[in-house]
Design a binder for this molecule. Structure first.
Ligand SMILES: [Zn+2]
Ligand SMILES: [Zn+2]
Length: 284
């Protein structure tokens, strides 16, 4: 056999039998199994991730016109969140975490046995496919939920209106949600990886990725590294499309991808920025 073919054969065999993620998984499994097996671990992973992902965008909002290059990427230039808006979203998020996320986590901790950690890591391909599959499934579920909560007035007023308080989104508005919406999103992000039979490492990668893309959707900036620019063919909506949803609430119901809105005729590319509202102010 040609040396190059032989080497390729060996490499293919290695990849089939050994995941590139195995050293990482072995390290985690052998050194941190006590933490990883706890039903509390997903919350411990995702809650701080939310604030870490919000922080750079929050700094951008605070620095504002002191960094003029930022304005080139601002989707609604000149509309930055006022301190009162940031504080309101901070208060709602804190309330939700203390009265919903924490009790749900403690209940899981009390009633669910620690999870088993498998010996084998997922392959990199399995992990990427699992994260993508979970994002697609969540995108479909939330599209239906979101459409219903805009079309049925009672559902909108009772549960979803709080998320539309700010027509010019900013990172901290991501979790400015009513309790019912937060619970629904929490159930899907917890159960979907189980339904799709994902490895725990894939599950955690999905949960963190989902927090990131949700924050990015609301960040108010369309940077060159925005997910919608990295995913080709306009398949992904990202911050520019979700920003349009906050300005024209009868468009762009899908949180991440754009296919469901295109199929259902609710997709919109652009929006002429509305007049400033009282909740968005320039810094002084
Ligand atoms: Zn939103
Ligand atoms: Zn909405």
């Amino acid at each position: 056999m040609h040396t190059l073919d032989w080497k390729l054969d060996c490499w293919t065999n290695y990849l089939e039998n050994n995941s590139l993620l195995q050293p990482l998984w072995d390290n985690l499994r052998l050194n941190y199994s006590g933490y990883l097996r706890s039903p509390l671990f997903p919350v411990i992973l995702t809650s701080p991730s939310y604030f870490v992902f919000c922080l750079p965008f929050l700094i951008c909002d605070i620095m504002g016109e002191k960094w003029p290059w930022l304005l080139r990427h601002k989707i609604q230039p000149g509309r930055r969140p006022a301190a009162s808006a940031l504080l309101h979203c901070g208060r709602v998020t804190l309330y939700n975490h203390v009265f919903l996320v924490l009790p749900a986590s403690v209940a899981q901790w009390a009633w669910r046995p620690p999870v088993d950690l498998p010996d084998r890591a997922p392959s990199l391909l399995d992990l990427l496919a699992g994260v993508t599959g979970n994002l697609l499934l969540f995108d479909f579920q939330y599209f239906i939920w979101h459409l219903l909560h805009h079309r049925v007035r009672w559902l909108y007023v009772t549960f979803h209106a709080i998320h539309h308080k700010y027509p010019s989104p900013f990172a901290l508005a991501t979790q400015c949600l009513g309790g019912w919406e937060l619970v629904t999103v929490g159930i899907w992000t917890t159960l979907n990886p189980v339904v799709l039979r994902c490895h725990l490492l894939t599950t955690w990668a999905f949960m963190v990725s989902h927090v990131y893309v949700s924050v990015e959707d609301h960040c108010g900036y369309d940077f060159p590294w925005s997910t919608s620019r990295l995913v080709p063919f306009g398949l992904y909506g990202g911050p520019s499309k979700h920003d349009v949803h906050h300005q024209r609430p009868n468009t762009n119901f899908a949180p991440h991808f754009s296919h469901w809105d295109k199929i259902c005729g609710t997709h919109a590319d652009f929006c002429v920025p509305a007049a400033r509202n009282a909740d968005s102010l320039d810094s002084t």
